[in-house]
Design a protein around this ligand. Structure first.
Ligand code: MG
Length: 379
């Protein structure tokens, strides 16, 4: 039985991961459940999966949980999370905290020798070089949970990157694909995603295509792909998740129903094709697939994010933090939709110089989020 730790157990990916584990109970066992502040949801998961250890970022809630579950050792706070991981004895860690909060626990899990089933985007976007170096040093694998990167990994099938002409990741185009005037859209409309059911912030990122900028940066680090070789295609049906064109002209694509349980199962299994993943595609589902290049005018955050990726250094961390602050402000009704990109652009004018060390990344993240918040309050 493969032992699994889940960071971000109560979020959207964490819950999907647990449903995969539940369906493959003879193969996988949960040995650590780690949550942020949702004590009630974590309690229900501890009751069902009975892991030897668990942790909650909220220390007070963690103490209350410890009283309710004497059979599970419960840790609290950031240091508790760092102590819980080595105590879990897990072989693989699902990294699914939202935001930059996922970075340090992911590095801790690597230091414990765990392979990483990576769902947290900021880990690679903000600290790609550091994370890759750490994976090499500890001899652990980074297995993408994102559907596009899981698709690319399956298409590449271990082939040398020098044999790749281009890699393609697809975007549904989000809730506003067919809208022409985006100045008055509401958070509720943006949250109405046509094909995927996900957390709120990532659904906004899907509408703005900030998500594809983050995923392009991730693909660059995950597969050592130069930015010139990564393309984003709009594909509203979300059936083709990624494709790789090789230098001989062969274009290999991965198709599946849009369901996160498949990339999660792929990551947990270490890239094996196990039974009982997701329902098969019907002929009707693949009969009418369409593809188009994204409209640069309509999706300014894609351009901004790709520029930040190419710039490298601390720019991807600034892009990611500013985009998060702006997307959350839009969700809270504080700014209008076009101001998400406008605020991010302002933040990117102030990327600090300096090496992408862990300390500089974390401080660039804080500074960009604070600057973006101040911009929003001024507007
Ligand atoms: Mg994705």
């Amino acid at each position: 039985m493969k032992k699994i730790a889940i960071i971000g157990a109560t979020g959207s990916i964490g819950r999907s991961a647990l449903s995969v584990i539940r369906a493959h109970a003879t193969r996988f066992r949960v040995t650590a459940l780690i949550g942020g502040g949702n004590a009630a949801a974590l309690a229900a998961q501890i009751a069902e999966f009975q892991p030897p250890v668990a942790a909650l970022r909220d220390e007070k809630a963690a103490r209350a949980l410890a009283r309710d579950f004497p059979g599970t050792k419960i840790y609290g706070g950031e240091t508790g999370i760092a102590e819980c991981l080595p105590a879990s004895g897990a072989e693989i860690c699902v990294s699914a905290f939202g935001g930059i909060a996922g970075l340090l626990p992911t590095l801790t899990a690597m230091d414990c020798g765990m392979d990483i089933a990576l769902a947290n985007k900021e880990t690679l976007v903000a600290a790609g070089e550091i994370v890759k170096r750490r994976a090499r040093l500890r001899g652990v694998k980074i297995l993408p949970v994102d559907s596009e990167h899981s698709a690319l990994r399956q298409c590449l099938a271990g082939c040398e990157i020098s044999r790749v002409r281009r890699a393609i990741i697809t975007a549904s185009g989000g809730a506003f694909l067919h809208w022409t005037n985006l100045s008055a859209v509401t958070p509720a409309a943006a949250l109405n995603h046509p094909t995927w059911s996900m957390g709120k912030k990532i659904t906004i990122d899907s509408a703005t295509l900030a998500n594809k900028a983050l995923e392009t940066i991730e693909a660059h680090f995950l597969f050592d792909l130069p930015y010139d070789k990564i393309e984003v295609w709009i594909h509203p049906q979300s059936v083709v998740h990624g494709a790789v064109e090789f230098i001989d002209g062969a274009l290999v694509a991965q198709l599946a129903v849009p369901d996160m349980r498949l990339p999660i199962l792929q990551a947990l299994s270490g890239g094996e094709h196990l039974p009982d993943g997701v329902p098969p595609l019907t002929l009707a589902q693949i009969a009418n697939l369409t593809f188009a290049a994204p409209d640069a005018e309509k999706y300014p955050l894609l351009r901004l994010g790709l520029t930040a990726g190419r710039q490298g250094g601390l720019a991807p961390a600034v892009f990611s933090a500013a985009n998060e602050a702006a997307a959350l402000a839009f969700l809270a009704g504080e700014i209008r939709y076009p101001q998400i990109a406008a605020s991010v652009e302002k933040c990117l004018e102030r990327v600090p110089s300096g090496e992408a060390t862990l300390e500089n990344i974390l401080s660039a993240d804080r500074a960009a989020a604070a600057f973006c918040r101040a911009e929003i309050e001024r507007s």
